[in-house]
Each structure stands twice: as C-alpha cells, then as structure tokens.
Design a protein around this ligand. Structure first.
Ligand SMILES: [Mn+2]
Length: 329
C-alpha cells in the first residue's frame, strides 16, 4: 500500500468538485468528529461536500456542532469525484455507504487503526496517533488551515473519546499540545465534556447494573467479561448505542489485563468487544483470530456460533494468549 502525507491528499483533492466524506458504522465521536471537521474544511475550500454514515446521526451525538451535515446514505447511488474515508480500518466498515457510491471516484483514507492495510488510492494511516481526529488536527495545524470553533470542538471530541479523556495508550505530549491548540481555537471543554460524558440515558445505567452483577472473572482474575443475551436486551430495553464504554468499567479493575464483552446478535452471531490494559496482551491479534481487528488496546469481532460456545472459545483463546500468571505478584 502507498502511505502518503497530508499535503499530497490536499493536492489530490484540488479541482475535485464533489466530495463524499464517510466514516465507520456504529460511529463514535472520532468517526463523527473527524468527518464533520473534514467536511467543514472542504466546504471552506469551495468543494461540494456530502457526509454519510450508515447510522446517520445518532441522537446521543447530535450536540456536535454541524452534526446536521451527517446523513444516512440514500438508496439511489450518487457519483462523486472523491471519497474521503475517515477512521475506517476496512472498507466494509462503511456499510451501506459503499452501495450508495456510483462510478469509481478517487478513494482517500485517513485513519489510525493498526490493522488498516490501505484500501484507498491514497492512504494516510498513522497508528501512532490515538485518534483520527488528532491526525487531522495536526495536518490542519501544519498546513495553516483555519480551524473554526466548530471544527475544533469536533476534533477535540474525537480525541477526548478515543483516548478515554486523554488517558489511554497512545496519548502523548503531542496529544495534549494538539488539545491545547484546539482549546485556543474555541473549544468549551466543560460544556463539551458534559455532553459527552454526563448525559447518558437511564437505560444505560440499567445496562451497567446488569454488567456489574453478571461480570465474570477468569484466568486468575486477569480477565473480566460479561455477556448480554438477546433476552437481556429485551428485558432491559437497551439499544445498541447504550453499550459504548460499559466494558471500560470491567477493564478498570485492579489486576485485570483484558476485558471482554459478548453481545448476542440475531441469526447465531456474537459481537465481541475486547479491551486490553497491558501492552503484553494484544487485543487486535486476538480479534484477528476470529476475523476481527482494531487497535492493540481496543478491538472487536463478529463471530458465528452459539452464544455460550463463542464465549468459552474466546475466553480460552485469551487465556492461552495471556499464558501462565507470573508467580511473583
Ligand atoms: Mn478512532
């Protein structure tokens, strides 16, 4: 694959009138924030910009400035001169967006997933950055591109959530510097953080209660996991977007190196979300064994099989990957 620097991408977009900006399904604020910030930049440059996400704009992130730019793709395909895919590790994570693109536009990808093999014509993939939003923010700063308060807020939301509020692996001095630059350009940190972190629906708390009561500790208490069956979903009345972040409560337990969340899906499928807290356990490698991928510290997979069987298989694969516990604790 060909990895390029941002100026080459900027150059390639010059003179391309209609640009589609897209990001991965089951979007998080990095997917949305990067897409909205990129769209605002491209609009300011005079392009005709469309922003699609398979899930449209989720209610819980609709507070992001200019969130109304994001829509679900239409059924009838449209043609574009270029497609800019953001935060999307494999093309099929764009979901129904792909079916809505007619013709063969120039494909550009900007992403920070280690597992991204570069499916676009021009790829800017930098796994050393903890969020796609940071790659974009640095690119804008380096190129002297005007970052409006709306763009800054979207980029800050992207970085804040992907780093667990500037905490996780990959958060560097540069991340804080970029954060500071964005604050100087108009981010209201307290207001944004309240919208991001202190605005959860009651349903989500019910799900958290369920997770805490049903958490299991295995592999000498180095693995914490919980399972959510279709029956549980029905009983609790939760919707998929409520799941986000629940797993972090399990990972936060002392001594836990890996946290797994198993979600039963219709038609004999199971969604695995896997988190690592220790560099010696690579969640991405583990998920790849099951056809998934992501980051070393946060990955996922969709696995076919009976709910209980998949849990057993995955937990024993994690156990094997962890090896024997060290005798000195
Ligand atoms: Mn991301």
């Amino acid at each position: 694959m060909r990895n390029v620097a941002f100026p080459e991408i900027k150059e390639a977009l010059l003179g391309r009138k209609r640009i589609l900006v897209a990001s991965h399904l089951r979007p998080d604020p990095d997917a949305y924030g990067s897409a909205i910030a990129a769209a605002l930049w491209l609009r300011a440059e005079g392009h005709e910009v469309t922003v699609w996400n398979e899930d449209g704009m989720l209610e819980k992130y609709a507070f992001l400035p200019s969130s109304e730019l994001v829509t679900a793709p239409p059924v009838e395909p449209s043609g574009f001169d270029a497609v800019l895919a953001l935060d999307t590790s494999v093309k099929n994570r764009l979901g129904t967006v792909i079916d809505a693109i007619a013709g063969s536009p120039l494909w550009i990808c900007i992403d920070h997933h280690k597992s991204n093999e570069g499916y676009a014509d021009l790829n800017l993939i930098d796994p050393s950055r903890p969020a796609t939003g940071q790659i974009l923010a640095e690119a804008f700063l380096n190129e002297g591109i005007t970052i409006t308060p709306e763009m800054a807020t979207n980029l800050f939301a992207a970085i804040s959530t992907d780093t667990g509020s500037f905490q996780y692996h990959g958060t560097s001095d540069r991340t804080y510097e970029v954060g500071a630059e964005l604050i100087r350009r108009g981010v209201n940190v307290a207001e944004l953080s309240r919208s991001l972190y202190e605005n959860q629906p009651r349903r989500r708390l019910e799900l958290l209660k369920h997770a805490l009561v049903n958490a299991q500790f295995t592999s000498h208490d180095r693995v914490a996991s919980f399972a959510l069956s279709l029956a549980d979903v029905e009983k609790l009345g939760v919707i998929p977007e409520d799941n986000e972040g629940i797993i972090d409560n399990l990972r936060s337990v002392e001594g836990v190196k890996a946290a797994a969340f198993f979600e039963e899906l219709p038609e004999g499928m199971v969604r695995l979300s896997l988190r690592s807290k220790d560099a010696s356990f690579d969640a991405c490698n583990l998920c790849r064994q099951f056809g998934g991928g992501g980051h070393p510290m946060a990955s996922g997979a969709r696995i076919k099989g009976a709910f209980e069987d998949v849990q057993k298989t995955v937990l024993s694969a994690i156990d094997a990957a962890l090896g024997s516990p060290s005798p000195i604790r």
